[in-house]
Ligand binder design. Structure first.
Ligand code: DX5
Ligand code: ZN
Length: 218
């Protein structure tokens, strides 16, 4: 999927939850590439969000891929439900899975694209051995749990380093960055090697979704 075009994935966490279907249609019309859906369990992160039922109910509202970011402990028990609900890309956290390797295999066995995510303080070496198996790496540029936090600048160096690892291995995988991305810092994120940019508050908090998405895409 990584063909060097920058993809923009609005995070529904900052959308109006009283009208999620309408919000999904609005960002599709405004030029979004993927819909980023944050699933939180109140254990891995200190917040609770949405589950497979809501994802399923949103599916008929858009033809865009659903990029489902699981911030839940022991994700394997729920992966099949998210796959059935309409997730196209399923990302698990390396810190949350008992066996990231097994989680990735499970996601792929269900015919979905598999992502692995790292918190800001987790070393890239933790994913080195499964890099060849994943379709995407998601680098968190805030501590997961909430939208609207400030971008952690050291994430840029991490993206550069990850890109080098990916190139050294001759892999073609998506590099997604999530947290604190805005029109003002998106160029640096793209230059660091990310090709998928998640943005919640910068899109859903703006007056003009189309303008925000195109500025982030650059
Ligand atoms: C944070 C979530 C992010 C968040 C991004 O835990 O994974 O996807 O919604 O929101 P902004 O863009 O507002 O930082
Ligand atoms: Zn996210």
């Amino acid at each position: 999927m990584n063909n060097n075009k920058t993809l923009v994935a609005p995070s529904l966490l900052s959308a109006d939850f009283s009208q999620l279907g309408e919000e999904v249609r609005a960002v599709e019309k405004a030029g979004a590439d993927w819909i980023h859906i944050d699933v939180m369990d109140g254990h891995f992160v200190p917040n609770l969000t949405i589950g497979p039922m809501i994802i399923k109910s949103l599916k008929p509202h858009t033809s865009l891929p659903f990029d489902v970011h699981l911030m839940i402990e022991d994700p394997d028990q729920y992966i099949p439900e998210f796959a059935n609900a309409g997730a196209d890309i399923i990302t698990v956290h390396v810190e949350a899975s008992r066996s990231p390797d097994r989680s990735v295999s499970l996601i792929k066995s269900l015919g979905k694209r598999a992502g692995i995510s790292l918190n800001p303080s987790t070393g890239l070496e933790t994913i080195e051995n499964i890099l060849a198996e994943v379709n995407m790496v998601l680098i968190m540029s805030v501590n997961p749990g909430f939208g609207g936090q400030s971008f952690i600048d050291s994430s840029l160096d991490r993206a550069v380093e990850l890109k080098r690892m990916v190139n050294d291995l001759g892999l073609n995988i998506d590099i997604e960055i999530d947290g604190g991305i805005k029109p003002g810092n998106a160029a640096r994120v793209r230059q660091a090697g990310a090709n998928v940019l998640v943005a919640g508050s910068a899109i859903f908090g703006s007056e003009d979704y189309k303008k925000a998405i195109s500025e982030i895409r650059g």
